[in-house]
Design a protein. Structure first.
Length: 409
């Protein structure tokens, strides 16, 4: 595998750090801005909603620009957005900074995954995408906890300054180390991709995976405080464990996907997510602090692993379904992913306000169970019968190469 793909993993690490660290400093941000924690959580919703709506159009608008230039410029804009957040005098300016961060992040995630696929051999594509995605998981393990600890020591503004420096460093690395990647052909548009039932059901699965995860993750601090009595340092430790599970899964899922059908991986991942989120709900309701504090770490580790397996599998699935339009197809994937994040933050905030911390993971578990239906819907009825997709989405040569079991599910 091309070692320069790790530079793309650094880019996803940087974006992921900013996206995840908001959960760790959310109570401090809300207190500083004189808003409720639920309203503060809508900063996640704003980011995700803007990303979801703007991602595919932005990628389409820049499709003729060399990917290296797009990635470097977007990372510089991302650094600017975090500098603005660090200096925000009120909630409105902070929300505006999150809008700019979302616009720049939308030009990073999808094109970075597509560039990783373009820089790898066909047989190494799942591994290359998994390596790029592992930067996001590493953000959970290191970036977000470090940012949370910095927030505890220097205040939440120090957290955004930390991300600013990280983004500037990443932009320099992209400019110096990333090789030239040819721009993707114009090819089909979003409407043509969405005409494929396989693509539509795949995007629905993506939505379910991230809606279930972020409904709970956005409000991890109040849930952990209720269940275990942990403060900010305890939440940071749980983030590390959650991210460690995701990182380990990200490092191994690429090898699993070349041996195990995607449908099976996705079913197992979603089922585990449902079971683990249900366990968190029970622990939060019972809240025997000592027992819950001990159990929280293995539960969060396994939840991170299951979530990452589902997310990376979805990226590989979408990339295989649209080999000639990977950047646009993956842009749709990330757009739907952040739509799930946006709605997860909103729905989680509503559940927190009406039912308390127990209601949040309970709702997440139900969402994961429902998402299982989208996987079952696209599995061939008869063994060996391929999923029908339009020629505009996947070529016959590509279908022969990846085989029906690679994109079924």
């Amino acid at each position: 595998m091309n070692p320069r793909i790790y530079v793309l993993a650094l880019a996803t690490f940087t974006v992921g750090t900013e996206g995840y660290v908001i959960a760790g400093v959310l109570p401090a941000v809300a207190h500083s801005m004189n808003v409720s924690v639920s309203l503060g959580g809508q900063l996640v919703t704003v980011f995700a909603l803007v990303y979801a709506l703007a991602g595919p159009p932005l990628i389409g608008a820049f499709r003729r620009v060399p990917p290296k230039s797009v990635l470097t410029g977007a990372m510089l804009a991302f650094a600017l957005s975090n500098a603005l957040a660090a200096c925000a005098p009120d909630y409105a300016v902070l929300a505006a900074a999150r809008v700019l961060a979302a616009l720049s992040a939308a030009l990073l995630a999808g094109p970075a995954a597509a560039a990783a696929a373009a820089l790898s051999r066909p047989q190494d594509m799942p591994k290359a995408i998994a390596v790029t995605a592992s930067g996001n998981a590493l953000a959970l393990t290191l970036g977000a906890p470090i940012g949370t600890l910095i927030g505890g020591l220097l205040g939440w503004r120090g957290t955004f300054l930390f991300v600013t420096v990280l983004a500037l460093t990443t932009a320099l690395m992209l400019a110096v180390l990333l090789p030239a990647v040819p721009a993707a052909p114009v090819g089909t548009g979003r409407a043509e991709l969405l005409r494929s039932p396989a693509v539509r059901w795949s995007l629905l699965t993506t939505f379910g995976v991230f809606l279930a995860a972020y409904c709970t993750y956005t409000y991890l601090a109040p849930i952990a405080e209720r269940a275990t009595g942990m403060g900010s340092r305890g939440v940071a430790a749980l983030m590390i464990v959650f991210g460690a599970g995701a990182f380990l899964a990200g490092r191994t899922i690429g090898r699993i996907l070349v041996r195990v059908p995607l449908a099976r991986v996705l079913r197992v991942a979603l089922l585990l997510m449902a079971l683990l989120l249900g366990t968190i709900a029970v622990g939060t309701a019972w809240h025997p602090h000592i027992v819950a504090e001990i159990a929280a770490f293995p539960v969060l580790f396994c939840l991170g692993a299951a979530w990452c397996c589902g997310g990376v599998s979805q990226q590989a699935r979408i990339a295989a379904l649209a080999p000639s339009q990977r950047s646009l197809a993956l842009g749709l994937h990330f757009s739907v992913q952040f739509l799930g994040v946006a709605i997860g933050g909103a729905v989680g905030g509503l559940a927190l306000s009406t039912g308390g911390p127990v209601a949040v993971p309970a709702l997440s578990a139900l969402i994961a169970c429902v998402a299982l239906l989208s996987v079952q819907r696209t599995v061939p009825v008869t063994a060996g019968s391929p999923v029908r997709v339009t020629p505009a989405v996947i070529s016959a040569q590509e279908e022969q190469r990846i085989g029906p079991e690679s994109y079924s599910g």
